[in-house]
Design a protein around this ligand. Structure first.
Ligand code: MN
Length: 355
């Protein structure tokens, strides 16, 4: 066997001797032999391949603990793990990109304000127990400035969703000056989380999703956590503007599951994130420039699970908000939905009484 000193080995695999010593300590890459007298580390030429893999995975930013797992796998499984890791990085980057866009928009949006204060929202909300569940655990709200859907779970689910939405209602009257929108939404989610903790009273299964839009006079700020959804109907096209925080969506993102498989997956109802009053979950934040003629829809999974996006688009393209929420809820029940079903629809329209 040909031995390499730590210096020669470091050079050959492009890792520093310092990194190699660390990887030895972490049991990630052990030298093939350590001289019992001098303590010098010696590596075998055969270890170069693993060392190079470690170096490349470090360059991807993969944490060392995960690298150790990947290195212990046969090549095919290792490839799968790397694909999954990268898909997760991209999903997280997308959320950060939204936040960056939010900030850019927020800090540069001042000059556009006066052109859009001529708009306002026209809205309606409807929530239905459905034909199967014994109680309605969804909560909806629609007001001049705030639109919200929350879908509670656990024995205290109904109280959890109601408490979360209640905790947001101060936004109807809050002073929305430049620079405060982000902080306000963060405060709102924190107080919603606290409110859920209070009603849960130690019931660890209790929790709720929360998807809400806050009208700033020219834009809509979205705050989202869980698997309720927000859609935008613009120029006849339907855009989904939220990403489900569900276990199956994470598996789809990682390429481990197809959307078709997800629809029947046994864990399809499990949330990856929710307001549960425990560890505070970080919500997604987004800012949408409002346009005259835009129509927004917020809904619980009782609608989106049983009515396709295509059908939602058709049903949403008709009459005013009050009729739209009614036909959407009816469609979910008619499709044999077994969940509570909720919808909030808001139109961006010219102000009835311009300021
Ligand atoms: Mn539901």
């Amino acid at each position: 066997m040909k031995w390499l000193t730590i210096g020669a080995f470091a050079k050959a695999c492009r890792l520093s001797p310092k990194a190699l010593r660390l990887y030895d300590e972490l049991d990630l890459l052990r030298p093939a032999r350590v001289d019992p007298d001098t303590g010098y580390r010696y590596y075998a030429v055969e270890q170069l391949e693993r060392a190079r893999l470690v170096a490349w995975l470090r360059r991807l930013g993969m944490p060392l603990a995960r690298i150790r797992e990947v290195c212990g796998l046969p090549a095919g499984r290792a490839a799968q793990e790397i694909r999954a890791y990268w898909a997760r990085v991209e999903a997280e980057t997308a959320v950060r990109a939204d936040l960056a866009a939010f900030l850019v928009d927020h800090l540069s949006g001042e000059s556009r304000r006066e052109t859009t204060t001529m708009l306002e929202l026209r809205y309606a909300a409807h929530s239905d127990r459905g034909h199967v569940r014994p109680a309605n655990q969804d909560t909806v709200y629609a007001g001049r400035r705030l639109l919200a859907v929350a879908d509670g779970c656990g024995a205290a689910g109904a109280r959890a969703s109601a408490a979360a939405v209640d905790a947001l209602k101060f936004l109807e009257d809050a002073e929305l000056s430049a620079g405060t929108v982000l902080n306000l939404l963060e405060d709102a989610v924190r107080s919603a989380d606290e409110a859920v903790r209070n009603v849960a009273e130690g019931d660890t299964d209790a929790g709720t999703t929360l998807t809400a839009l806050l009208w700033t006079g020219s834009r809509l700020a979205l705050v989202h956590i869980g698997d309720s959804r927000a859609y935008l109907l613009r120029d006849g096209e339907l855009f989904r503007i939220t990403h489900d925080h569900s276990v199956v969506q994470a598996l789809i993102d990682e390429g481990r599951l197809t959307p078709a498989e997800a629809a029947t997956h046994p864990q399809r109802m499990l949330l990856a994130k929710a307001l549960s009053g425990g560890e505070p979950a970080v919500p997604d934040l987004k800012l949408h420039e409002a346009r005259d003629g835009d129509r927004y829809l917020l809904c619980s999974d009782g609608l989106s699970r049983v009515v396709s996006d295509q059908r939602i688009r058709e049903l949403l393209s008709g009459d005013g908000p009050a009729d739209a929420v009614r036909v959407l809820v009816e469609a979910a029940n008619a499709a044999g939905g077994d969940d509570n079903v909720s919808a909030v629809v808001a139109d961006v329209v010219p102000r009835a009484h311009p300021l």
